[in-house]
Design a protein around this ligand. Structure first.
Ligand SMILES: [Zn+2]
Ligand SMILES: [Zn+2]
Length: 213
């Protein structure tokens, strides 16, 4: 499986194009906006878009979902249904953050912990990781040891928990009990900023390192 990060919106959110190299079937994870940029990347790589995947429903991650899914006529998988109130509030979010007006949508499939998502011949495991939002999920590709973690953890930091439905303790638990056990060598692509590995964060991240007890 291959991954290409496409920074979108004024928040430079790491929208990710991922695809199966055998079949050239692709998924877009977190299309926050800038649909033309996303479309260009799909075309450039010569891929067929099969689905939209969402880690959570904040506008910088989900704002372009309705437009992209209707333009390519593809289903929307994720996030977990705990984020329904964020999806219903997308219009309000767009006003609040000065985004272009967005359409709301209904996921074709809500995701739950332990679910799997197919992209061509490849499989992504779904981990429910609440804390930043109640319905946040992480996509993990075992074969390449790569995780798409949205706003759960960043290089040197963790997701905000001061939004409605946020929960700091829950976020810490999600990181320590669900993500770190995937393995030190696992590389993760966060919703913002550079990639890192769980091993590096276990040593150095001031919020969740092993030293923090
Ligand atoms: Zn977020
Ligand atoms: Zn974000």
């Amino acid at each position: 499986m291959k991954f290409r990060v496409i920074p979108v919106t004024q928040f430079q959110q790491n929208c990710t194009l991922c695809w199966c190299e055998e079949t050239k079937r692709a998924a877009i994870i977190d299309p926050g906006g800038d649909i033309a940029k996303i479309e260009a990347a799909i075309k450039e790589e010569g891929l067929v878009l099969d689905k939209v995947l969402l880690t959570h429903a904040h506008i910088d991650h989900a704002g372009g979902t309705a437009e992209l899914s209707s333009r390519f006529n593809v289903p929307i998988e994720g996030p977990h249904k705990g984020d329904l109130f964020w999806i219903e509030g997308l219009a309000k979010q767009s006003e609040m953050f000065g985004f272009p007006k967005v359409e709301t949508f209904r996921p074709t499939r809500w995701l739950d912990d332990g679910d799997q998502v197919e992209v061509g011949n490849q499989v992504l495991d779904v981990l429910h990781c609440p804390g930043h939002t109640p319905g946040h999920v992480v996509f993990f590709h075992q074969a390449s040891a790569t995780a798409q973690v949205g706003d759960v953890i960043f290089q040197g930091s963790i997701g905000r928990t001061d939004f409605p439905g946020g929960n700091h303790q829950e976020l810490i638990r999600s990181i320590r009990e669900k993500l770190f056990p995937l393995g030190d060598q696992v590389e993760f692509i966060p919703g913002h900023g550079p990639a890192s590995t769980f091993g590096y964060e276990r040593q150095t991240n001031p919020f969740v390192s092993d030293r923090r007890g």
